[in-house]
Design a protein around this ligand. Structure first.
Ligand SMILES: [Zn+2]
Length: 424
């Protein structure tokens, strides 16, 4: 299934990136335990393996660094108003350790030298980190901070209609206790001390108030205030714009009865479910942007966006005692995922195989479960996947979990589960 979106914290950290024999300085703008977003003043290609080191004493002329982190550069984008900069989404390969500085950077209360420069207009991250801890007030970027001290806000812009100052909410790290269902979808149970409780699944999807473009991934939006932004949409905007514009009035009609508070950070269940429907529509349109392409070249991974939203929607429904509606969604997920499954490769293929296996298990289709288990067992038959790669780790974890579930299959069937969770 689709990878969970990272809960990125706004930071401003100098770091060193080593690519081959070259070491360069970059700035990390957003960080979580598994990835970061960085500004670079040089061009870089996605999917390149490299090493990152966060600075211990941010901003000094000769900073010292934490232990290196092996990384994969997932995406690189540029911003029209900052043409010399590149913005990279960087994934950490494996779990970060205590000496690599990620935990320290995420929990540092001390503002970095850059965040103290209150007059900088380039520095949206400063505004955001202020917004994250304050009570509701207008930030200098013109958007309101969240009423919840567990939620931070980033202003973003809509790629499809250029709507400005859309608040993008992120759950701050270590603010909420969460649990994961058998399909890997998180739900939130309790707030950490001195933090406001937020059922983040209710507000995870950000919706453009003008054209109703909806996504929970900040990289699907264009960031505000120039230099921090992602200028290019990660989908073919031109290919879908006509169809997208045509659909605005229909989407508007969907939202109209639920408008009160819909664009706020305290949605009710009905509004949340609607936000997921809009995200599924958006995800499907993004995938359609590739429809003209040769099937071999289509970005089938984009079709997995909708799967992720459907699975979260099912989790929300089952947590609100609507088992029938939740299970209907799971059945729809099986149909959709089976359609794209043959076209997926690498990690997306492993994740899809795992999810299809778990769904088969839930519906007690043990024949299919066996097929997906075999698929995972034979995925690296030729031993071509490097053992230190993310793909290898995903395969090992998925295979172990699905195998364990298969051995104890009676416990995982719908008749024995409480909601989508195993009883203790
Ligand atoms: Zn829009």
């Amino acid at each position: 299934m689709s990878k969970m979106p990272e809960e990125l914290k706004v930071v401003n950290i100098v770091a060193a990136i080593t690519i081959g024999s070259k070491i360069k300085k970059i700035t990390i703008h957003n960080l979580c335990m598994s990835c970061c977003i960085a500004r670079l003043n040089f061009e870089i290609k996605p999917f390149e393996h490299a090493v990152l080191q966060l600075s211990e004493d941010n901003g000094r002329e000769t900073p010292s660094f934490y232990a290196p982190i092996k990384i994969t550069i997932e995406t690189v984008t540029q911003n029209e108003s900052d043409p010399e900069a590149y913005y990279a989404k960087i994934k950490f390969n494996g779990i970060v350790t205590a000496n690599q500085g990620v935990v320290q950077s995420l929990h540092s209360e001390k503002p970095s030298p850059d965040t103290q420069n209150h007059t900088s207009t380039k520095d949206t991250t400063r505004i955001l980190s202020q917004g994250a801890t304050n009570s509701p007030s207008k930030t200098t970027s013109g958007i309101s901070a969240s009423k919840l001290n567990s939620v931070s806000v980033t202003p973003v812009r809509c790629h499809m209609c250029s709507q400005k100052k859309i608040p993008f909410w992120s759950l701050q790290n270590r603010t909420m206790l969460s649990k994961t269902n058998i399909f890997g979808v998180s739900s939130y149970t309790e707030a950490m001390p001195r933090r406001d409780f937020c059922d983040f699944n209710l507000i995870r999807v950000i919706v453009c108030p003008k054209c109703f473009f909806a996504s929970s991934d900040i990289l699907d939006f264009k960031k505000e205030n120039g230099s921090q932004g992602f200028s290019r949409a990660p989908f073919d905007k031109k290919a879908i714009s006509k169809q997208w514009d045509k659909g605005i009035s229909a989407r508007k009609k969907l939202v109209a009865p639920h408008l009160d508070g819909f664009f706020d950070d305290e949605r009710n269940l009905e509004q949340a479910l609607l936000s997921y429907d809009l995200a599924i529509i958006t995800g499907d349109e993004m995938f359609k942007s590739d429809e003209m392409l040769d099937p071999k070249r289509r970005k089938y991974h984009l079709a997995r966006k909708a799967i992720y939203y459907m699975m979260t929607k099912a989790e929300l429904l089952i947590n609100n005692e609507n088992t029938a509606a939740a299970e209907k969604i799971l059945q729809d997920v099986i149909i959709r995922l089976e359609t794209i499954f043959p076209y997926l490769q690498h990690e997306p293929s492993i994740r899809a195989g795992f999810l299809l296996g778990m769904l088969s298990l839930y519906f007690e289709d043990y024949l299919k479960l066996g097929q997906y288990l075999t698929f995972l067992r034979e995925f690296n038959k030729d031993g071509k996947i490097a053992e230190d790669s993310e793909e290898y780790k995903t395969l090992s974890t998925s295979l172990k979990k699905l195998d364990e579930a298969y051995q104890n299959r009676a416990e995982y069937s719908k008749t024995n589960l409480t909601r989508f969770e195993k009883p203790f």
